[in-house]
Design a protein. Structure first.
Length: 114
């Protein structure tokens, strides 16, 4: 029977009478995901994401990544596509909350069936 290294270590601990370490009783330890530092974004990315600057460090790393990816995608668009995106953003801002909810619901329904 071949014994793995982990199994061997467990067997040695059990047979030598080793006891586990006592539980940690110090102050709580908070492990933070490594996020994307604001100053590592390009000037163009920072310009696009400027409305998020104040809250950037409070965002989870995955949200920061999605925002950065969106900014990068936007920067790769042609000038005509960028204009189209700005027009659609303006239209969205002018919608009532009910219209926005209806649009979001339609989007999520379409996304579900893709």
């Amino acid at each position: 029977m071949k014994m793995t290294r982990t199994a061997f270590i467990i067997l040695m601990l059990l047979t030598t009478g080793a006891t586990p370490l006592p539980a940690y009783s110090g102050p709580p330890v908070i492990l933070l995901e490594a996020g994307i530092p604001w100053n590592t974004l390009s000037p163009a990315e920072r310009d696009i994401l400027k409305k998020h600057h104040r809250n950037w460090t409070g965002y989870p790393a995955d949200k920061q990544g999605r925002l950065r990816d969106g900014a990068r995608h936007y920067l790769e668009l042609s000038p005509n596509k960028r204009d189209e995106v700005r027009r659609k953003q303006q239209q969205y801002r002018e919608m009532t909350p009910a219209e926005r909810k209806q649009l979001r619901d339609r989007y999520h329904k379409q996304k579900k069936y893709r």
